[in-house]
Design a protein around this ligand. Structure first.
Ligand code: FE2
Ligand code: FE2
Length: 268
């Protein structure tokens, strides 16, 4: 077990270009789609885990949970800043954000705390799988350097804390059924909201979802996100003996922290 260290992000995003993903507007809009979801989503993760903090007795896991809160809080803040940049670029994002918040708040109010925790554990598996692509698929190589830094910092910390919500879930209720219910919840909400947000961004640049998919196929990108994160990610998560630590990508995160003079995780 290692410590979870919240690190500050101090890059000014104001000058990020409109097509920051290698000049490709479609790829940028799809990526901005998931970026839009982060502030509200990550605060939901924190609330879901905090609800059970009193039941976490292991002092190491408790310390990791606090580090996880610190990291997700900073991520949400940095992505709020990115949303302000999108507004300044002329995107109308607030209608979408208001609807997204209204629906997810409604879902949150109508699900049990255990299901919310299980959904958070599964969503963290998805964010850690997304994060993997940042380091070993060169997914960010063509991105604007400021966005590269934002997304790599976020990705490295997602990898670092990938097991925290899962370990809390195991401590609270290790039932396989609950884990699967959480996976279904996270898949439908993350997939559905991301598709909706991407469609919204694409529409404002004159693309439809259909034209965007055609464009991406033509690019033959190195990172097939839907297959890798969702299809393969779900299969992995459904293994009865699954634990996030089985995916050995901590080295990617540690190398990035070292290369950017950021605090290194220590054995807890
Ligand atoms: Fe995060
Ligand atoms: Fe996370």
């Amino acid at each position: 077990m290692t410590s979870i260290v919240p690190r500050d992000f101090d890059v000014d995003l104001a000058a990020v270009p409109r097509a920051w993903f290698g000049g490709d507007q479609v790829a940028t809009d799809i990526s901005n789609g998931v970026n839009l979801l982060f502030p509200h989503g990550e605060r939901f993760f924190v609330r879901s885990v905090r609800h059970f903090l009193d039941q976490v007795e292991d002092p190491t896991l408790r310390a990791q949970v606090k580090g996880f809160f610190g990291q997700e809080g900073r991520h949400a803040h940095a992505h709020d800043d990115l949303n302000a940049v999108l507004r300044a670029q002329g995107y109308e994002i607030d209608r979408f954000l208001a609807s997204y918040k209204r629906i997810s708040d409604w879902l949150e109010a109508h699900t049990s705390p255990k299901v919310r925790l299980a959904a958070t554990a599964a969503a963290e598996h998805f964010t850690a799988s997304l994060a993997e692509g940042a380091f070993n698929r060169g997914a960010l190589d063509v991105a604007d350097p400021r966005m590269q830094k934002l997304l790599a910092w976020h990705a490295a910390e997602e990898i670092e804390h990938k097991a925290v919500a899962y370990d809390v879930l195991q401590a609270v209720d290790p039932s396989y059924r609950l884990r699967v219910v959480g996976l279904a919840y996270a898949t439908v909400t993350l997939g559905g909201f991301w598709l909706w947000a991407a469609r919204e961004m694409l529409r404002q640049d004159g693309f439809t979802l259909r034209s965007a998919v055609k464009h991406l196929r033509g690019l033959r990108r190195q990172d097939p996100i839907v297959k890798r994160v969702f299809a393969a990610g779900i299969r992995t998560y459904l293994r009865r003996d699954f634990h996030p630590s089985q995916i050995r990508n901590e080295g990617d995160a540690a190398r990035w922290f070292a290369a950017h003079d950021m605090a290194m995780p220590e054995a807890a």
